[in-house]
Design a protein around this ligand. Structure first.
Ligand code: PHE
Length: 456
């Protein structure tokens, strides 16, 4: 059992924490964003770079965030303030809080589409698909309808607020326990069907045979940004979750399990999507944000009982998204509770509403409002643009600053003291200290510099 420093809440058990942290990590990032990014960035080469980023950068940064959280028992801003009082470091925490609101704003829009898909599947829209165009029409009809898109966005945001209102144990922990394993099982079923389709080889080779000639600076940024996004890093979500841990909870194995589970789900999602994708005429891997929504109904249609599994899958995906979105909102809420003295209720209502409003242009920018569907200059939809700025850049910069902070300002010596309270074993700790001091900042810095050089 945990002993929190104040009445702000704590996890009921360590398993509860690992599941909640895995619940934060596993979400749309794995099933929606990972295949989208892999498809846009050339397939296997991206996947390989992604896996390296998770192992050598993501995992150390995850352990660093959990350590800072457990040490300070604070939200990101409060945590930096406690470890480096009255310095500019608190702004790194503030950037994280801002990033949390913005990511939540468009995350909720995409999660709304999954809810819409539960209804579409159950009502038979995807039964006996005659031509893949039918799926495309259903999808663009759904996301392009302003009333539907906004209503689904509002519904998902309301669900998120409802769970976060319940507080750490009552709300967040309970949800994750049973549902993640079921999502995993349906995903396995999808993979089996997808790789046994006629013509699956093409997709498998796209996904597994790296072609490095297509790799650019953007590929690296996308892979690293995706690693941070998927593991919920770079904005203090894991600082906040770690802050509800007690000194006895094992940090290292928690970090390892969370990364493993998260990566497994993402890789499986790729195996479900790409083989099927190449068997569907008219669909390209570079499709973008709609990719999984256009591919998945076609696979379910070829599975006996597809209606049932399809609806179940989208339901579980919506729940997986919920266990992630609550961690986004929780960061912001914890900040206003700890630092501004707000009640949980007030923080949830005000900040959930702000995130909803910020998400309105993302909800309308998929056909409903032309100007938002393709922004001038950047040539992207509002949603894609926000995702690039906050989901890729902001998280990457946040993770860079966090590794500099833990490696050089707070110091790995002090961080290791904290880690050793629960993990006396040291080789991993020493390796971690090297990675967080040298490899993480250098690699992240190099990728950013390379990208800047490439664009100017
Ligand atoms: N990791 C979550 C997902 O993959 C998204 C997320 C990002 C959650 C950042 C919290 C913080 O869906």
């Amino acid at each position: 059992m945990t002993t929190p420093s104040s009445g702000r809440g704590a996890w009921g058990s360590r398993l509860g924490f690992v599941l909640a942290a895995a619940g934060s990590a596993i979400g749309l990032g794995n099933v929606w964003r990972f295949p989208t990014m892999a498809g846009k960035s050339g397939g296997a080469a991206f996947v390989l770079i992604y896996l390296l980023c998770v192992l050598f950068i993501g995992l150390p940064v995850l352990l660093a965030e959990l350590t800072v959280g457990r040490r300070t028992q604070k939200n990101p801003v409060g945590a930096f303030e406690r470890l480096a009082p009255e310095t500019g470091w608190r702004w790194v925490g503030a950037l994280g809080v801002l990033t949390g609101v913005v990511i939540l704003s468009y995350y909720s829009v995409v999660a709304g589409w999954t809810i819409g898909y539960i209804v579409e599947t159950l009502s038979g829209t995807f039964n006996n698909i005659q031509s893949p165009d039918a799926v495309t029409r259903a999808f663009t009809g759904l996301i392009g309808n302003p009333v539907v898109a906004l209503a689904l966005h509002a519904l998902f945001m309301a669900l998120t607020m409802f769970v976060v209102l319940g507080g750490v144990q009552g709300g967040i922990e309970r949800w994750t326990k049973i549902l993640m394993p079921v999502l995993f099982l349906i995903l396995i079923l999808l993979v089996i069907r997808s790789v046994t389709l006629d013509g699956a080889e093409k997709g498998l080779s796209f996904y597994l045979k790296p072609d490095f000639s297509q790799v650019t600076g953007t590929t690296f940024l996308n892979a690293m940004g995706q690693a941070f996004f998927s593991l919920s890093l770079g904005m203090g979500a894991m600082i906040t979750y770690g802050s509800y841990l007690s000194r006895r909870d094992d940090l290292v194995s928690s970090a390892v399990w969370v990364s493993l589970a998260d990566t497994l789900i993402a890789v499986l999602a790729g195996f479900a999507i790409f083989p099927a994708l190449f068997t569907i005429p008219g669909l390209e891997p570079t499709e973008g944000a709609g990719l999984v929504f256009l591919v998945l109904p076609n696979i379910f249609d070829k599975i006996p009982g597809g209606l049932f599994f399809g609806a179940g899958f989208f339901l579980l995906l919506a729940i997986a998204a919920l266990t992630s979105s609550i961690s986004l909102l929780e960061v912001v809420v914890a900040y206003f509770i700890d630092e501004k003295g707000w009640t949980r209720r007030r923080a949830v209502i005000v900040l959930g509403s702000v995130a909803f409003l910020l998400g309105v242009p993302s909800a309308l920018g998929n056909g409903a409002v032309a100007a938002l569907s393709r922004l001038p200059v950047v040539n992207q939809s509002f949603l894609d643009f926000m995702d690039m700025l906050f989901g890729n850049f902001s998280l990457t910069i946040g993770a860079l600053l966090l590794s500099l902070f833990v490696g050089w300002r707070w110091g790995t010596g002090r961080a290791l003291e904290e880690i050793r309270l629960s993990n006396p074993e040291t080789w991993f700790g020493r390796l971690w200290a090297l990675l967080i001091r040298f490899l993480c900042p250098l690699a992240i810095g190099a990728i950013l510099v390379n990208l800047i050089l490439e664009t100017i």
